[in-house]
Design a protein around this ligand. Structure first.
Ligand code: AGP
Length: 610
């Protein structure tokens, strides 16, 4: 996620903006920039890479130390390479306006086309440069910049949090938000605008969390908050932040992992942005360039492998594409790949886009001349650059080593791929496709409502089972990959031994391990045609005094030691409710045992070595 900061007040603005950007670094970024007005000229300084690169450029600009208004930005690339030309702020063609932006303007290509026809030119690939020139164009028909800004924002579709500077009025900052966070920090004789509290917490704790559809007009000693649609003033409550700086970077959550678990509804919303068209179709232009696979090979590591294993079910069931999901460290050393460039496609999944085994597997596939797709979260990462085409999960940076929201974003993209290929293969009934798209549209809201009670239940169960020495996680069908993931989460976070198993395999040996000290987590959604089978597996375990936590839906008849009921979703999308439960259970066990939740021992966020 990008970071925005704006300052207007009685102090040198540039050092404050740079300091604010430093406090937003935890959000992850790949370029940065700032802007201010000096001698009636708009000055933009930007750099790719880390803030030190920007600071070096700023130092050479002596002018910057006297200005008392400035805006700054750290960019997490969602589209458009992480290069200086795509860094913010972006300036309007007439060099009057400078804009920083967080979010995705879904209709920016249409708006860009209209502006091009009016003679505008663009130096970057970003939606932000389109937006700042749209505001500039609206200045020709509106009485003032405020009305022009409001008109442009009403024309933009999608998520935005923006801060705007005007060369002609350097003592005013404009800000607005829709579906992206933006906070107003009220100082004495100075005001702040930022994506998150840490940016200005050293200067003020009095904040207003702006709401969707609000515009802020800020001067050093005054401000007003207006409604975007009619520019009527609104009164907003000022809140006092009690958090420490570090707590603020976690948004008030105890750990980044918990914050990222609770970000998953936003990840679903952001992942669908620009992909779920109004005419009920999934839009994946990235895949238009390569053949529809006759056979798809999914290759990944760890949690990403589990996401791929889950996606296999949808791609086979909905798109009728035979899928083979493999662990990258195995795939890369196979004697023979037996791939046919005219039929096979290899999909590599990697949050970081830098995992050595997955990157090596991608290169092996390319040596075999088959087309490759990368499913990544980090724009411009090695896998993203080397795959023949890349799908970005747009999940924002994942700070915690244990992968949570990344898996949800990967599963979402695999769902989109399955629906996309099903349409092209004409292999899915209209009814099923429509009902699935309907579920996708409401999924984020649904999950957001359920997460708090999931967390409550996870905390209660964690206290009961935290002393276990070993755990089984069992699932069938699309729940088998989730069982693997649940076990991985418990292992890597709490250091408790856990095994994920296909439930049907229990009688082939593992059940010998069951005793009263070896609990089992059974994934038992109501609708799965495997429900009766998983129920009998559970009975077999209980017959040997094994304790069972059954993650199931209301109304099922499982007599488990602990029933964990979550709402029902038809079909494999139930996974989007099951996964957070497994994440929260492991999180709470780890926290209860006093482990280092965000940085578990021996683990790295990206395994860039073999
Ligand atoms: C998951 O919690 C782990 N951090 C790990 O298994 C991770 O998923 C794996 O290393 C793959 O990483 P990638 O998605 O960045 O390739």
């Amino acid at each position: 996620m990008c970071g925005i900061i704006g300052y207007i007040g009685h102090r040198p603005a540039v050092p404050i903006v740079l300091e604010g950007l430093e406090h937003l670094e935890y959000r992850g970024y790949d370029s940065a920039g700032l802007g201010y007005v000096f001698n009636q000229d708009l000055k933009i300084i930007r750099s790719s890479g880390k803030l030190n690169n920007l600071k070096e450029k700023v130092i050479n600009e002596g002018s910057s130390l006297t200005v008392m208004t400035a805006i700054g930005h750290t960019r997490w690339a969602t589209h458009g390479a992480p290069e200086e030309r795509n860094a913010h702020p972006h300036m309007s063609n007439d060099k009057r306006l400078a804009l920083v932006h967080n979010g995705i303007i879904e209709n920016y290509l249409e708006l860009k086309k209209d502006l091009l026809s009016l003679g505008y030119s663009f130096k970057s690939d970003t939606d932000t440069e389109v937006l700042v020139n749209l505001i500039s164009e609206c200045c020709h028909s509106e009485p003032d910049l405020l009305h022009a800004l409001a008109k442009a924002l009403r024309m933009a579709k999608g998520a935005f949090a923006i801060c705007l500077m005007d060369r002609e009025a350097p003592n005013v900052l404009y800000a607005a938000r829709n579906q992206a966070p933006l906070i107003f920090g009220q100082g004495v004789g100075e005001n702040f605008i930022a994506s998150d509290v840490p940016a200005f917490l050293n200067y003020t704790r009095d904040v207003v969390f702006l709401e969707d559809g609000q515009i802020l007009v800020a001067q050093s000693g005054d401000h007003k908050i207006l409604r975007l649609n009619d520019l009527q003033s609104v009164s907003c409550e000022t809140q006092r932040i009690q958090w420490s700086m570090q707590a603020a970077q976690k948004g008030g959550y105890r750990h980044f992992m918990l914050k990222e678990i609770f970000e998953q509804p936003n990840v679903i919303t952001d992942g669908l942005t620009g992909r779920l068209e109004n005419n009920d179709q999934i839009n994946l232009p990235e895949l238009e360039r390569i053949l529809i696979p006759k056979r798809l090979h999914i290759v990944a590591c760890g949690t990403s492998y589990h996401a791929g294993l889950w996606g296999e079910h949808l791609l086979e069931h909905w798109a009728h594409i035979p899928v083979q999901t493999e662990i990258a460290s195995e795939f890369r050393y196979k004697e023979e790949l037996l791939l046919d460039p005219n039929e096979d496609v290899v999909l590599v999944i990697s949050q970081s886009g830098e995992t050595a085994d997955t990157l090596a597997a991608l290169r092996r596939a390319k040596e075999a001349k088959v087309k490759t797709i990368g499913l990544c979260n980090v724009v411009g990462s090695s896998i993203a650059r080397e795959a023949d085409c890349v799908l970005y999960t747009q999940a924002g940076p994942e700070i915690s080593v244990a992968s949570t929201k990344a898996m949800t974003s990967q599963m979402l993209m695999l769902t989109c791929m399955a629906l996309y290929y099903a349409r092209r293969n004409k292999s899915m009934s209209l009814g099923l496709r429509q009902s699935t798209l309907g579920q996708l549209r409401s999924l984020a809201q649904f999950l957001s409502q359920e997460l708090p009670q999931m967390h409550t239940m996870a905390k209660a169960l964690s206290r009961k089972y935290a002393q276990a020495k070993s755990f089984f996680y069992l699932g069938r069908g699309y729940c088998f990959p989730l069982a693997l993931e649940g076990a991985l989460k418990l292992k890597e976070l709490s250091y408790i031994h856990a095994e994920g198993y296909a439930a049907g395999e229990m009688k082939h040996g593992p059940i010998a391990l069951i005793d009263p000290t070896f609990p089992t987590f059974v994934l038992a959604p109501a609708e799965s045609e495997m429900y009766a089978k998983i129920k009998s597996n559970m009975v077999e375990i209980q017959a040997r005094q094994g304790q069972v936590i059954a993650l199931t839906n209301p109304g099922t008849d499982l007599a488990a030691d602990d029933r964990w009921e979550i709402p029902f979703l038809p079909g494999p999308l139930m996974a989007f409710l099951i996964l957070p439960c497994l994440q929260l259970f492991s999180y709470e066990v780890s926290d209860y045992l006093g482990k280092d939740v965000d940085q578990p021992r021996n683990l790295a966020k990206s395994v860039t070595v073999e």
